[in-house]
Design a protein around this ligand. Structure first.
Ligand SMILES: Cc1cc2nc3c(=O)[nH]c(=O)nc-3n(C[C@H](O)[C@H](O)[C@H](O)COP(=O)(O)O)c2cc1C
Length: 367
């Protein structure tokens, strides 16, 4: 699974893997792909530094990257406490009511919410970048918009390529104009923040919009056949996020959540604003239903919704409250039916890709 881009980057397979877990990111890189560690959950720079040091020690000199979340619209010059104060009381009461209805206990004494999604406040993302630029990362990706010009310049000065996710050709052109090197075309079926255009339609549109910039196809890719499809549509590689959640190296810390993922079908996700205030695909749960309900207060804009639900999510995860327990995940969850090592996943991807190529060659009369 080699393309011009994978050759330039020095990886065996043009398969990029996004994951919040360092052990998974390192395993993806060791398996011949390009592991990208998600930074959003790190609020303390020294924790990120420690995990990046660990990745360096476990990737055998092979390339890997970091993904930060810097929203296009910045939250600047305000403290987290000031942002918290903007959350309406009615929304707080509604969150408390859902938790009470499901008997969700508080966090144990002295345990603080480890699930604060504040990484997308400019100040915190910038702290993460300072750490990242001190480490030998080869790729910096940004989830929500083009990174600011000074960040792109700092990355380029250090020989780091910059990638950004795009949900439409318009986003993609914006990234190109901002000096981004690689555009990730993130389709509707993907886990996490998504636009409204499916990968099958989006990929060739983005390829045409930013030509000759390399494009990675993302969203709904979990088999080698789907990788072949993405490359056939003009992508120079693929970017996978959901598939790694049920690998043996993933540290979900919840057997119940893993079981839910393994049991879920392709129709068991929803694109909801419940998690962050922006549409993000995730497992459909009683929690997402409550926030999406017509008779509820609805969700708040980013970053308020993320702050509103952070502690609740920690409590739900800590106590593994089944009906409310969820995670960002894409429609490919329907194919995530067994726990395997990252290497075993790569072996399957390679086999599926070869099968797809053979099949197309036969159809084209070449074999
Ligand atoms: C659990 C999870 C968390 C994610 N968090 C982020 C994130 O912080 N930053 C980001 O750029 N993308 C994030 N994504 C999206 C992935 O980078 C990737 O684009 C997406 O998962 C690809 O589609 P797929 O889920 O169908 O593989 C997340 C995806 C998942 C499943």
């Amino acid at each position: 699974m080699q393309t011009e881009l994978s050759t330039t980057l020095g990886v065996e397979h043009a398969v990029f893997g996004f994951t919040p877990f360092p052990a998974v990111a390192a395993a993806i890189t060791r398996a011949g792909g390009f592991g990208v560690l998600g930074a959003v959950r790190y609020t303390a720079p020294d924790e990120l530094a420690r995990d990046l040091d660990w990745m360096e020690a476990h990737t055998e000199g092979l390339p890997y990257g970091l993904d930060v979340v810097m929203p296009a619209r910045k939250v600047e010059g305000v403290t987290e406490a000031e942002v918290e104060a903007m959350i309406p009381e009615g929304h707080r009461r509604y969150a408390a009511r859902i938790l009470a209805e499901h008997d969700v206990p508080p966090l144990p004494e002295g345990e603080v919410s480890g699930w604060r999604i504040t990484g997308w406040m400019e100040e915190i993302a910038r702290g993460q970048l300072d750490v990242a630029f001190d480490h030998p990362i080869k790729l910096l990706a940004n989830a929500l918009g083009s990174p600011p010009p000074d960040v792109v310049a700092r990355a380029h000065d250090r020989g780091i390529r910059v990638a950004a996710l795009a949900g439409s050709p318009r986003h993609a052109r914006h990234h190109r104009d901002a000096g981004i090197d690689i555009v990730v075309a993130q389709g509707y079926e993907a886990g996490g923040h998504t636009g409204e255009i499916a990968t099958m339609v989006l990929t060739p549109e983005v390829v045409a919009a930013v030509d000759p910039l390399p494009v990675l196809a993302a969203g709904g890719i979990g088999t080698g056949e789907q990788i072949a499809a993405g490359l056939a549509l003009g992508a120079q590689g693929v970017w996978l996020g959901s598939l790694w959640l049920t690998t043996e190296e993933a540290e979900l810390h919840s057997r119940r959540l893993t079981a839910k993922l393994l049991a879920a079908g392709p129709g068991d996700t929803v694109r909801s604003r419940a998690l962050t205030g922006k549409p993000a695909r995730q497992l459909r749960t009683a929690w997402t239903d409550a926030w999406d309900a017509a008779d509820g207060p609805g969700t708040l804009p980013m970053p308020l919704q993320g702050l509103l639900v952070a502690e609740a999510n920690s409590r739900i995860q800590r106590h593994e409250v089944e009906p409310l327990l969820g995670t960002p995940v894409g429609q490919i969850v329907g194919r995530m039916n067994s726990e395997r090592s990252v290497q075993a996943v790569f072996d399957d991807l390679t086999r599926g890709f070869e099968k797809a190529v053979d099949r197309i060659n036969r159809i084209a009369g070449r074999a």
